[in-house]
Ligand binder design. Structure first.
Ligand code: NAD
Length: 496
């Protein structure tokens, strides 16, 4: 059976230590093994990155960007292979995996603008014959730790920008589906990246803790669940590192009484059940304003969900695939059970979906739950499955108060025809990414991605303009070339 190893200093290798099973979630079978890097292996990757840094930081940004142009072409030429790897290990249907890859490629396109992005700031004559400028220097070795749910896109949020800014990178992908990130890193080598600039170590806590504690690692980007994000952020900070740690979510959609209900239902279907709800921007709670809106919504959703098709990644007619593991399947079903036990109404029950030929796959069918209240476990916690919960409130303010009271603040959306209400909502809601009749308001690559509250630990969001700041350090230089006629005596007043 194939073992996915590590990419260190341009060479694929496997350390002879621990391994873990990698599943095909559609069949429930173990398809590969992944090597779990030891501390020594991670240190080897950090050393390779550190050794590559002096030459790479002095490589002109234009040349760094040219490698990204070639990398983008290779990603496009190899897209079918990448979609297959995502499908095999994640279970995502190819139309959805293509969306993920395309969004990742857009980050490479943004990175191609490095010479423009890194131009810095310049002021002539900040004093008599004195010029001052700020330049943005790379940090050195930086690390990325990524989740299972976007195995290609989230790594692409991080390393193209980090590398094009002049840093060297160590990526630790999710050990549950490591192949697409590894394949993509090899394409970057093929695009002409010098050895050691991009390294991939597979592994678990041992690998992550090594990255967090090693003094040579200057910064850590993390995306994953909130408890781990908080751990990463506090540990990285305690070790003197810059850190951005993006966490979990509970994204609410407000359905106003004036909303175009058929449009809202179509959008909710995709945003709640697409990718089996395993998206940090999934809309998992619909808050209907008024019983009439709620009744119409539930009735139309119930009808529309009859045609939802869950199944193996390899059948393009399926709407969504399995969840990632057997344990996660049980966890999602556990949340549905708990909602029922706490008094919610299961309107559409996806607990026992039939997927002929794939009886051992980790499937959960689309589930609709009505009459959910804030005290329920299924509301408080992130389910990360194909489950849409409906809550009923009497006013938009009540809906907004619910959203603001939740610990997460990643994404949200309002469905309405009322521009004034939408403007009030977007202006005041305590959430980082807001949609107005747009269910998945994932910022494009030339903006930045980040939630509020316990959905993001750190000051800067992922990718886009914030990533230039995150992956560089400002240095401000003030310069004068004194001539004999300009030479001044000692001055003891603060320069002004
Ligand atoms: P996870 O937190 O379990 O794992 C993420 C990474 O952390 C993996 O690389 C994993 O190996 C590592 N890790 C796990 N446990 C660790 C530990 N104890 N110590 C050190 N490292 C550890 O997350 P996941 O299940 O892979 O991904 C799903 C989660 O990610 C969801 O909560 C989802 O909302 C979140 N997510 C957030 C965003 C965002 O942008 N905010 C995007 C995608 C996913």
């Amino acid at each position: 059976m194939k073992t996915i190893g590590h990419l260190i200093n341009g060479t694929l290798q496997v350390d002879n230590g621990r391994t873990q099973d990698v599943y095909n979630p559609s069949t429930g079978e173990v398809s590969k093994q992944v090597a779990l890097a030891s501390k020594a292996t991670v240190e080897e990757a950090i050393a390779a990155a550190e050794a590559a840094f002096p030459a790479w930081r002095n490589t002109p940004p234009l040349r760094r960007a040219r490698i990204m142009f070639r990398f983008k072409e290779l990603l496009e030429q190899n897209s079918q292979r990448i979609l297959e790897l995502i499908g095999e290990e994640h279970g995502k249907i190819s139309h959805d995996a293509m969306g993920e890859l395309q969004r990742g490629i857009e980050n490479v396109e943004y990175a191609c603008g490095a010479p423009e992005l890194l131009k810095g700031e310049h002021s002539k004559n900040v004093g008599p014959d004195i010029d001052s400028w700020s330049e943005f220097q790379p940090l050195g070795v930086v690390a990325g730790i990524t989740p299972f749910n976007f195995p290609a896109m989230v790594p692409l949020w991080m390393f193209p920008m980090a590398i094009v800014c002049g840093n060297c990178f160590v990526l630790k992908p999710s050990e549950r589906n490591p192949s697409s990130a590894m394949f993509i890193a090899q394409l970057l080598q093929e695009a002409g990246l010098p050895n050691g600039v991009m390294n991939v170590v597979n592994g678990d806590k041992e690998a992550v803790d090594t990255l967090l504690e090693d003094k040579r690692v200057q910064a850590v980007s993390f995306v994953g669940s909130t408890p781990i994000a908080e751990y990463i952020y506090t540990t990285a900070n305690a070790n003197g590192k810059r850190c951005q740690a993006l966490g979990g979510a509970k994204n609410h959609a407000i359905i106003m009484p004036d909303a175009d209900m058929d449009n809202a239902v179509n959008h909710l279907l995709g945003a709640a059940f697409g990718s089996s709800g395993e998206r940090c921007m999934a809309l998992s709670v619909a808050v209907a304003v008024g019983d009439k809106a709620a009744d119409t919504l539930v009735e139309k959703m119930q009808e529309a969900m009859k045609s939802l098709k869950v199944g193996a990644y390899s059948d393009k007619s399926n709407d969504f695939g399995p969840v990632i593991t057997k344990a996660h399947q049980e966890k999602v079903v556990g949340y549905i059970n708990s909602a029922e036990e706490q008094g919610a109404k299961i309107v559409v029950d996806g607990r026992n979906p039939k997927v002929p030929g794939y009886e051992n796959g980790f499937f959960v069918g689309g589930t609709l739950i009505d009459n959910v209240s804030p005290d329920m476990l299924s509301y408080k916690e992130e389910i990360f499955g194909p489950v849409l919960q409906v809550m009923r409130v009497n006013s938009m303010q009540e809906a907004m108060d619910l959203i603001d009271a939740h610990e997460y603040g990643n994404g949200t959306c309002i469905f309405t025809r009322d521009g004034e209400a939408a403007r009030y909502f977007s202006d005041n809601i305590q959430v980082g990414m807001v949609g107005i009749n747009v269910p998945l308001p994932v910022p494009v690559a030339y903006h930045s991605f980040g939630g509020w509250k316990r959905s993001l630990f750190g000051d800067l969001s992922a990718y886009g303009p914030d990533s230039v700041r995150f992956y560089t350090r400002r240095k401000t230089i003030t310069q004068r070339w004194p001539s004999a006629s300009l030479r001044e005596g000692a001055q003891f007043a603060f320069p002004s």
